[in-house]
Design a protein around this ligand. Structure first.
Ligand SMILES: [Mg+2]
Length: 279
């Protein structure tokens, strides 16, 4: 075959291949799309001085609130002492993820690999037990211990993550990092029963978390004004007993829009939400 025939033939083959590849190339996959839609939130959580300060500010506020609550309890108990009341040990309840341990490096790694949340990837991360403490968390909980409070860690990490979670907390120097003070998820992400178990034996002075559900399961329901009506209804209790820390990376706010299902379904629901909200 001479060059005059060969060249057009090759171009024809290349052209056909290009056309065929374009025709069969899959639509952009849902997983990388969905993963990268979380990039701003993860970038903010991992790098921003604003997030860093909000954590410090939150824990400063937690310290003030704790001292105030303990003072109130002391006064109440002094009055009740004449009636012979018993003194239950005092406790602070904290969530773990994005409350005392910073998992934003896991989230960065997931996006870098075009991946959404995956239980096996998550286990690989928690097995390393190398998460850093959230700003202000260690100082606050050390101070709570000095003030005579026990600390309970109520988390939706899986029971299989017990050893690595304790190792991570112990290595960072967190107080009460032991089996008795670590309440992991036992089937349900609803923390109500676990909080009740602590309240049965302890006076719970303050709770800290990155989700409103770390205070009450009532906040799982976002059907009424995205849960903001429930916040208004419980504002007094929230102000008095709960400190909320920032986490735009995941949580009930996102679940309310995405729902459950495949990444493609979640992505589709996100699109529907934005398309149906013209302002
Ligand atoms: Mg959390």
């Amino acid at each position: 075959m001479n060059a005059r025939i060969l060249l057009p033939a090759l171009l024809l083959i290349a052209g056909c291949r290009g056309t065929r590849e374009a025709a069969v190339s899959p639509a952009p996959e849902a997983m990388p799309q969905l993963a990268w839609q979380g990039a701003d939130a993860v970038l903010w959580q991992n790098t921003s001085a604003e997030a860093y300060w909000l954590y410090r500010q939150g824990y400063d506020q937690a310290t003030d609130r704790l001292e105030l609550r303990l003072q109130e309890l002391d006064e109440q108990q002094q009055m009740a002492d004449s009636a012979g009341s018993d003194h239950r040990p005092r406790a602070v309840i904290v969530d773990i993820d994005e409350t005392v341990l910073d998992n934003s490096p896991y989230q960065v790694n997931a996006i870098r690999r075009d991946r959404t949340f995956d239980q096996n990837d998550w286990r690989a991360w928690t097995d390393k037990a190398t998460a850093k403490a959230c700003p202000g968390a260690l100082e606050f909980l050390t101070h709570a211990e000095e003030l005579g409070c026990e600390v309970f860690y109520v988390t939706n990490r899986d029971v299989r993550e017990r050893a690595s979670t304790l190792k991570n907390l112990v290595d960072l120097g967190f107080p009460f990092a032991d089996d008795a003070h670590l309440l992991l998820m036992e089937g349900s992400s609803d923390k109500t029963e676990r909080r009740a178990r602590i309240r049965a034996t302890h006076e719970v002075v303050l709770l800290v978390g990155d989700q409103l559900r770390d205070f009450s399961e009532a906040f799982k329901d976002r059907s009424s004004n995205y849960g903001k009506d429930a916040v208004d209804a419980m504002a007094d209790s929230l102000s008095r007993y709960f400190i909320l820390l920032p986490n735009p990376m995941y949580g009930s706010f996102r679940d309310a829009v995405e729902g459950k299902g495949t990444d493609a379904e979640k992505l589709a629901r996100r699109k529907v939400w934005f398309q149906s909200h013209g302002y």
